[in-house]
Design a protein around this ligand. Structure first.
Ligand code: G6P
Length: 611
């Protein structure tokens, strides 16, 4: 995964030091990996590159080495999620050539690095790290003995197998940053007297709103006043056609008084759901998407992580409202189902970032077989957003917390609005019914807000009670099943307590064996849970479990759970917005109570661009 950034600036054009701009950019990229961090600045007057890097998190490392005050007007930075080589100082990026005159940062994996390394070692190059990335610096060193840096860089890139987003600097051309992309995201940011390149838009928002997301195979360089971009086949790209303007503001990527991004983003849900709803209602995008779905033979949906749980909700909404079957599959398992796809089928692709490699590969495999891709994404300029045949924006604004929260509910909202439109097209809903259903969903934000207000205290209290627990369950029926999956994922990924989700009825077929006195079992009770869920609560009570129901007051007696997280009583279509905030809050407060930073779960990254 990893986050990379490069900045090149005219000496006179900014008051801020370039190294400080890079450090701030890294701060917003840190969610992509935080095993180690580093910067390389070109000190042109001394004809040298200054490298500062170490294992550890940005705040400590940047302070220890005084990142922001490093001199220079051109530099690159990196925050690492280790693939090849342990997270040590030597393996941290930037990686350099023999003379430390070339520095490179990389997100991805160079699969043939051993082969290239042997070749270079035979020519006398001395390697210091265990990384795959170091070969790039040495290869450019080797090839630029007889050519300019860009030619050497292009040749080097053409030898690489695997995935990469690269930024490279060389003392020979001290105001340029060379870059290339294949399968890992990379975006150019353009402004007056300063140009930037980064893995993600938020890292550049302080300096520009004009961006060029790169496509696979593109390569080029930036200087403070010029951008050069060419395609794999060597054709120069017309930049004007490629610029996108993004209306995100830089304060959206700050904590705004909250202790963590995750809690800020949970609290943003009422507003972003409103934005999603109003955005989608104000144009005909859902109508056009539904028209496309109408032409589909089979409907598939794919995603990873939290987005997969939203896909399971999509399946439920679609099948309930339209009668049409939707086949969901986990993106990384696409090879088991791709043979089922034909021309005329539709693959719906749900991805917050639009860059998850597994999801991208699944989409590409289905498209290669003639299926049409309809993407739901939060980042319109992302690879999935651009490659899909049709893209629906989620409008959740930037999400920085690694654990997805607000994007889950906006995905759910897009899915239910789309299913309503589709249902009306296939004649399962009349026009009045459609209008009524759409109007109900206009309340999604308000309900999320009410639910947060009603359950935050209870979540804090419960976190106190369960923070020493080793293991727990989330159970549900119907709509409660995907929500239980999401609840278990949220809790385990940030609090490191083992949490498992099951359809409540299935809990009798194994999971109940673990239940003893005070074992916590959470029930997510939707109105389609039917009466049987009360039997499941009773079964757990009989074994002494600490049973907790997330449900409206009216189910309290029937359920008989020992604790009730009272949520708003709402129309079934609004239940995701009532039932989700309490388990997000529970996960958050449990992680905090256990002393962990919920924004930086260990071993995880927000955007997973490696297989
Ligand atoms: C990672 C993140 C999750 C996210 C998943 C899919 O695992 O930590 O929060 O749900 O990737 O990401 P996407 O951007 O495709 O929705």
């Amino acid at each position: 995964m990893c986050g990379i950034i490069g900045v090149t600036c005219l000496p006179s054009s900014r008051n801020q030091k370039v190294a400080e701009i890079i450090t701030n950019g890294l701060r917003s990229l840190e969610y992509r990996g935080y095993d180690s961090v580093g910067i390389a600045m070109i000190d042109a007057s001394e004809r040298r590159i200054i490298i500062k890097k170490s294992d550890g998190m940005l705040e400590q490392v940047a302070k220890r080495y005084d990142f922001p005050n490093t001199p220079g007007f051109t530099g690159i930075g990196h925050t690492r999620w280790a693939t090849h080589g342990a997270p040590t100082q030597i393996n941290a990026h930037p990686q350099v050539d023999c003379k430390q005159e070339i520095a490179v940062v990389h997100n991805g994996i160079v699969k043939n690095f051993l082969e290239l390394k042997r070749e270079l070692e035979a020519k006398g190059h001395i390697f210091k790290s265990e990384t795959d990335t170091e070969v790039i610096a040495h290869m450019v060193e080797e090839l630029s003995k007889n050519s300019d840096t860009f030619t050497a860089f292009k040749k080097t890139v053409s030898m690489l197998e695997g995935s990469y987003a690269l930024a490279l600097v060389s003392v020979k051309e001290p105001d340029k940053i060379f870059f290339a992309r294949r399968e890992s995201p990379l975006i150019i940011g353009i402004s007056e007297g300063i140009n930037l390149i980064a893995s993600d838009i938020p890292a550049m928002l302080d300096h520009t709103n004009a961006f060029i997301p790169l496509s696979d195979g593109e390569i080029g360089w930036i200087s403070p006043s010029h951008v050069h971009l060419e395609s794999l086949s060597g054709e120069v790209v017309d930049l004007k056609k490629r610029i996108i303007y993004v209306d995100w503001k830089s304060d959206m990527v700050r904590k705004g008084g909250y202790p963590h991004f995750m809690i800020k983003e949970i609290h943003e849900q009422p507003q972003v759901l409103k934005n999603t709803y109003e955005g989608l209602m104000s144009d005909d995008i859902l109508d056009r998407a539904a028209d496309l779905l109408m032409r589909g033979e089979k409907l598939f949906v794919t995603a990873a992580g939290t987005s997969y749980h939203a896909s399971l909700l999509l399946k439920l909404f679609f099948e309930k409202l339209t009668g049409k079957i939707v086949y969901p599959f986990i993106a990384s398992e696409f090879r088991t189902v791709e043979h089922l796809a034909d021309r005329g089928d539709i693959i719906m692709v749900v991805s917050q970032s639009g860059e998850t490699i597994d999801t991208m590969k699944a989409m590409r495999a289905f498209r290669a077989r003639g299926a049409t891709a309809v993407a739901i994404t939060n980042v319109m300029g992302s690879t999935i957003g651009r490659e899909a045949d049709f893209t629906i924006p989620m409008r959740a604004g930037p999400e920085i917390g690694v654990a997805a929260t607000k994007t889950f509910l906006t995905q759910a909202l897009v899915a239910s609005l789309l299913s309503i439109k589709f249902s009306s097209k296939v004649g399962k809903m009349g026009k009045d019914e459609e209008r009524g259903a759409l109007a109900i969903l206009g309340e999604a934000g308000r309900i999320a807000g009410e639910s947060i207000a009603m359950t935050e205290g209870a979540a804090k209290g419960m976190a106190e009670r369960i923070h020493t627990t080793k293991s727990l369950y989330f159970l549900g029926r119907g709509l409660g099943v995907p929500l239980a999956y999401e609840a278990a994922l949220k809790l385990k990924e940030i609090s490191y307590i083992h949490a498992e989700a099951y359809p409540a009825g299935e809990s009798k077929h194994g999971p109940i064996a673990l239940v003893e006195r005070d074992f916590p079992v959470f029930f997510i009770v939707s109105s389609d849970s039917s009466d049987e869920i009360a039997s499941n609560v009773a079964e757990m009570n009989a074994r002494g479990a600490l049973t907790v129901a997330l449900a409206p007051e009216k189910f309290k007696e029937k359920l008989g759970a020992k604790v009730l997280f009272r949520v708003p009583e709402v129309d079934p279509m609004l239940e995701p917005y009532a039932l989700t905030p309490p388990f997000q809050l529970l996960a958050y407060y449990t992680a905090v109570r256990r002393g962990y930073n919920p924004d930086r779960p260990r071993n995880l990254a927000k955007t997973v661009t490696v297989e």
